[in-house]
Design a protein around this ligand. Structure first.
Ligand code: ADP
Length: 500
């Protein structure tokens, strides 16, 4: 029995135990939204009474960022492989307990978690994340070396995808498994030989198993063997059951639709709040939006844009890729700046697109600024200083920046897909009347529609009263992690009932 009556204090022994398995976590290591989710969701689940720990690979950055790590256990993950050490620590900011899979040959190296300094996938990614998944499964099985065994093994993205498969073939009592998809485009596909190399039974290599067009897929393994699948928005949960966003897995996902739930991510209010954000030139809030202007001027001055409070400043912060619609923004940029408007691009990604934005900025120095790189502080100042946020993703499992931008009084321009469709309400006469309008939604995605939708945003920006109302609507949204955590808690509970 783990459920608590409302208002009762959690009793440690009766708490539901969950192990959150993730390959990145903010602020220790981050390549995308998964890191933010991995930091905030476990903290929020702890607040609602879950006894949660986070399992991460022992990358150099993770070990350097954790203090007072303690040896928990040693384990043999595969026959003949040198032993893995499990270390325990706590997250420096939230205090959430962390278990580190310490195996220096796999994780202790320069470069990123998935790619080397030259941007190429590590050649042993299959082995590295096979090991990570294997350890997660062992901790969820009766063979765990730890006293603490989770009721729920919550696996995230392909890097943890093999854990439900390993666990499926473990004898004895074991944790219920959840596979959460943050982005179906990344699947972890490796040659057939990995089935035996990673110690999976040969019968798992089957269309009803890990097989994927003659190869093996980590993500498919998770989607097939997990007790339940979640994804990070209800609309994306529907979209991946069909073409084209199912990326070849639509049949499996449609077949498992009764075990598939979309739960929106939240926003980490500790990091994303314009009233307390240390990166801003001046704090502001819903009741005093005027303070936002100082951030715009600070940005314009610092980056050599024409200092002008009236000209709309459009910002985009993202991986510079086709997924994010960066190519379309590049196409319409000349027409936008002629409106007139200013454009600020922050991101890294596709080299040709990066060069396109860099050239554009060189040609229009007073109106365009391109910063190629990953800059946390600047991303906050941009959310605050911009007037309009551009996020025309072709697909977007949940997306975070469209939520940040609403909370920062910077209405977003988005495409009606995935989490963007679930979190942005288009400005129409009706939504203006009923006070729900928060942004500008393009129904189709092509350069003409995006230009038209962005122009609609720019025109609305010049209607000061209406704009203020839209800003207030956005700034009043409840994107709290507590809301998401309660949805996950319900799901965790449902998987532990005898009928599950
Ligand atoms: P995805 O995970 O698909 O890249 P999300 O919108 O879900 O996209 O999350 C991306 C996260 O990374 C957000 O917190 C965003 O602000 C941040 N981000 C992306 N690119 C940059 C950058 N160049 N500099 C700073 N932060 C960035």
């Amino acid at each position: 029995m783990w459920l608590m009556a409302p208002g009762t204090r959690p009793i440690t022994e009766n708490k539901l135990r969950a192990l959150f398995v993730t390959s990145e976590i903010h602020p220790l290591i981050k390549t995308g939204g998964l890191a933010d989710v991995s930091a905030a969701l476990p903290a929020a689940l702890r607040q609602v009474g879950v006894d949660i720990k986070v399992l991460v690979p022992g990358y150099r950055h993770i070990l350097a960022g954790l203090h007072r790590t303690r040896l928990l256990a040693r384990l043999d993950a595969y026959p003949g492989m040198e032993e893995v050490r499990l270390l325990s620590a706590r997250m420096p900011d939230t205090g959430v307990p962390v278990i580190v899979v310490d195996h220096p040959p796999s994780y202790d190296r320069d470069g990123g978690p998935y790619v080397d300094a030259g941007g190429h996938d590590w050649p042993d990614n299959g082995e590295r994340f096979g090991l990570f998944s294997r350890v997660a499964a062992l901790l969820g099985s009766s063979g765990t070396p730890l006293k603490w065994r989770p009721d729920i093994l919550h696996c995230n993205d392909w890097q943890a995808g093999l854990a439900p498969a390993y666990l499926h073939f473990q004898p004895g009592p074991r944790a219920a498994t959840i596979m959460t998809v943050h982005n179906l485009a990344f699947q972890g596909v490796f040659p057939y030989a990995f089935v035996s190399r990673l110690g999976l039974p040969p019968e798992s290599f089957h269309v009803n198993g890990v097989e994927y067009y003659g190869q093996m897929s980590f993500l498919k393994a998770g989607l097939y063997y997990a007790n339940h699948i979640t994804t990070v928005s209800p609309t994306y949960g529907m979209e991946i059951q069909g073409e084209p966003l199912g990326f070849g897995l639509q049949g499996l996902l449609a077949g498992r639709r009764d075990h598939l739930t979309g739960i929106l991510n939240g926003v980490d209010a500790g990091h994303w709040n314009p009233e307390t954000d240390p990166y801003l030139a001046k704090p502001y809030g819903r009741g005093r939006i005027a303070g936002k202007k100082a951030n715009k001027l600070a940005l314009q001055e610092r980056f050599g844009l024409q200092a002008n409070a009236e000209i709309p400043l459009l910002a985009m912060i993202s991986r510079i890729t086709d997924q994010k619609g960066s190519d379309l923004v590049l196409d319409i940029a000349p027409a936008l700046i002629a409106s007139p408007a200013q454009l600020f691009i922050l991101g890294t990604g596709d080299v040709a697109l990066e060069q396109g934005f860099t050239k554009l900025a060189r040609r229009h120095p007073a109106h365009v600024r391109t910063v190629i790189g990953f800059d946390e502080g600047l991303s906050h100042l941009l959310e605050a200083g911009a007037d309009i946020f551009l996020m025309p993703s072709r697909f977007e499992p949940c997306g975070l920046n469209q939520m940040y931008s609403q909370l920062y009084g910077t209405p977003p321009v988005v495409h009606a897909t995935g989490g963007l469709a679930d979190t942005v309400v288009d400005v129409t006469p009706e939504t203006i009347r009923n006070g729900t309008a928060t942004g500008f939604v393009a129904g189709q995605l092509n350069a003409a529609t995006l230009l038209e939708t962005t122009r609609r945003a720019i025109d609305t920006y010049h209607d000061k009263r209406l704009w203020r109302a839209i800003q207030r609507n956005g700034m009043g949204q409840d994107f709290s992690w507590e809301r998401s955590a309660r949805a996950y808690l319900n799901l965790y509970g449902s998987l532990l009932t005898p009928s599950a």
